[in-house]
Design a protein around this ligand. Structure first.
Ligand SMILES: [Zn+2]
Length: 136
């Protein structure tokens, strides 16, 4: 049984970071994900959570592997124990401020492929939310 999607967007999105330091705390992020999952599972009177799908944009600053690790750890002894965690990581999409060309950047090179301008706006890639929860 899949719960309706509108149910569980995270209310506050974490601030994205762009450096390599682990300034985003996956542990607390995972705690909030799990509390959403458990709350919705309780509301749905579920005996077990079978699958949790997350969308984690490449620019969100959230490390999927760490979330996976903490989720397994934190969900022990809850109805979400053993749930399959799937993480969708949409590519970053940028738009050049000069020529409005939209492109997917390769790694950290954010130069416009059309006019070589470096001034870009982020169109997508910062998403971070619980996409769906399946329960039994
Ligand atoms: Zn351009």
């Amino acid at each position: 049984m899949a719960l309706p999607k509108s149910y569980y967007c995270l209310q506050s999105q974490p601030e994205p970071t762009y450096n390599q330091n682990q300034t985003v705390h996956e542990l607390s992020i995972t705690e909030s994900i799990l509390s959403i999952v458990l709350e919705k599972a309780t509301t749905a009177q579920a005996s077990r959570v079978t699958r949790v799908s997350l969308t984690v944009g490449k620019l969100s600053g959230v490390v999927g592997d760490s979330v996976e690790f903490y989720f397994e750890l934190l969900s022990r002894d809850t109805v979400a124990a053993g749930a399959v965690l799937t993480i969708d990581q949409p590519q970053a999409r940028l738009r050049c401020r000069d020529c409005s060309c939209e492109f997917m950047p390769a790694d950290i090179d954010w130069t416009c492929p059309n006019c070589q301008n470096r001034g870009v706006d982020i169109m997508s890639g910062r998403e971070f939310f619980v996409d769906s929860i399946e329960v039994e």
